[in-house]
Structures are given as C-alpha cells and as structure tokens.
Ligand binder design. Structure first.
Ligand code: PGA
Length: 258
C-alpha cells in the first residue's frame, strides 16, 4: 500500500510571517499521519523557522530546489547538504518552472538528484509533458526521455527514495487540471517506465504524484485514481482553509459516500 502524500508548493509566495501564520491555521487540522503524509515547500528562507515550529509534528517542510554542488562559490544557490543539516527530508528537483524559466537541463537535474541522494535527502523528481501528447498518442515521450536522462546513474538500491510527479505542462498554474483519465494515464505510464528501468517490485513501491491545478473540488477524484499516490498543489495551497480541505480529502470523500 502506497501512503498518500499531499504537498503544497508555494513557489515564490509568502514571507516568514505569512508562512508561520499559515502553520498556526493548519497544524490543528493535520490528518492521521499513519494514513497520509503532508508537506509544504516554502521559499528557502522560511524553511528554518518553519522547521523550528514543526520538529515534533508530522509535517514535512520541503525544499523547492537545491544545487548540484554542496558548497563553494555558487552565489544564490541552495545547498542540499545544509537542508539535510536542518532536518529537511525532501527536496523538489526539476519542476517545470525550473526547466522552462531557469533553463535547467535533464543533465543538471540528474546531477542534483545524485547529490541529494548522496546527502540523504529524498528527491521529489518532477517530470512534465504536454497533456495532449499523453491523451492522443497514449504515450508521453517528453516524460519518458526526461526520466531516462534524469535517472542516469541512480542505482536500484537508491531509487525507492525518490518520489516522482507527473505534471502536464498545460495544467500547471492555469486553473485547468488535466482530465482524470489523462492524469491517471500519465502516472500509469510513468510507473510502467520505472518498471522497465528498475523492475516491477520498485515500480509497485514508488509514489507518483499528479500536479497541475489541483483544488479542493477535484482533489478527491484525482486521489481516487489507482496510480496517483499524491498531489503537488501550487495556487490552491496558498489559502490555509483550502489546504486544510485538501489534506483532509479522505474524510470529505468518505462523508460524500455515506
Ligand atoms: P498549480 O501548480 O497547482 O498552481 O497548477 C502546480 C505545480 O506547479 O506544482
């Protein structure tokens, strides 16, 4: 059984005061940590104060990005080693915005993944493609070639530490989430590709998240899809009330069924 993982990706939003106020609003409403993982990826400067407040609370504070190098003359970069020193367990790598705006290549994302694994931080590897490609062709070549490249040199003993996400480009930040069939199909194809590279046992264990315009209304349906193990939520996660609703999707779904 793969444990669901619901992650807020705040992108370049919320200062430290806003981030801490948000924690105040949600900490009393976290779901049962045996049944679900919850995480927030704030801006880098908010990680430390948020970690201080959540040391004993089952809420993952997640890096949005980190460099391929751990220290040295790399002005403006974030060291995954220092994230690890703060107790951070996860870092997002290769988000669509890192690829398109900051021109990160598969090669650099691959180096970042290898560094994060070496430093003991689990990468959340984002793959993205055109959702039309997924539906029309039944394949998503962009995603698959990304996967082959970014996983280069990741040994089979390490790959279970990685979480993957499938994010159709047209669904990110647009308010138009992928239709359910496309979201499930993309995640299933991703799992099949992981199976091709690492075998069925690993593919069965790996958590795959869907990202792209998830909101309180669609989260329950998306989470019910068999190959979707979690969601990466951008815009809709900025509001604490929305986020509380989304992390408690299991209760809401149950209430609807009953
Ligand atoms: P969105 O962002 O929910 O605003 O579409 C998702 C993401 O970029 O991970």
């Amino acid at each position: 059984m793969r444990k669901p993982f619901i992650i807020a990706n705040w992108k370049m939003n919320k200062n430290v005061d806003e981030a801490l106020n948000f924690l105040d609003d949600i900490l009393g409403a976290l779901p049962d940590s045996e049944k679900e993982d919850v995480g927030i990826a704030p801006q880098a400067f908010a990680i430390y104060p948020m970690m201080q407040l959540t040391r004993t609370i089952p809420l993952q504070i997640i890096g949005q990005n980190a460099a391929a190098k751990c220290n040295g003359a790399y002005t403006g970069e974030i060291s995954v080693r220092d994230l690890a020193a703060m107790g951070v367990n996860y870092v997002m790598l290769g988000h669509a915005e890192r690829r398109s705006i900051f021109k990160e290549s598969n090669q650099i994302i691959n180096q970042k993944i290898l560094t994060a694994l070496r430093e003991g931080v689990s990468p959340i590897v984002c793959t993205n493609g055109d959702q039309k490609t997924v539906t029309k062709l039944g394949h998503c070549y962009d995603v698959f070639s990304q996967l082959d490249h970014v996983l280069s040199g990741v040994p089979v003993e390490q790959v279970h530490k990685i979480i993957f996400s499938f994010e159709p480009t047209a669904a990110i930040g647009t308010g138009n989430h992928a239709d359910l069939e496309t979201a499930e199909h993309g995640c299933l194809l991703l799992r099949q590709e992981i199976q091709r590279i690492y075998g069925p046992k690993i593919a069965e264990q790996i958590r795959i998240l869907y990202g792209g315009s998830v909101n309180p209304k669609n989260v329950g349906l998306i989470m019910a899809a068999p190959d979707i193990d979690g969601v990466l939520i951008g815009r809709a996660s900025l509001n604490a009330q929305n986020f509380v609703q989304m992390i408690n999707y299991q209760q809401t779904t149950l209430a609807r069924v009953m």
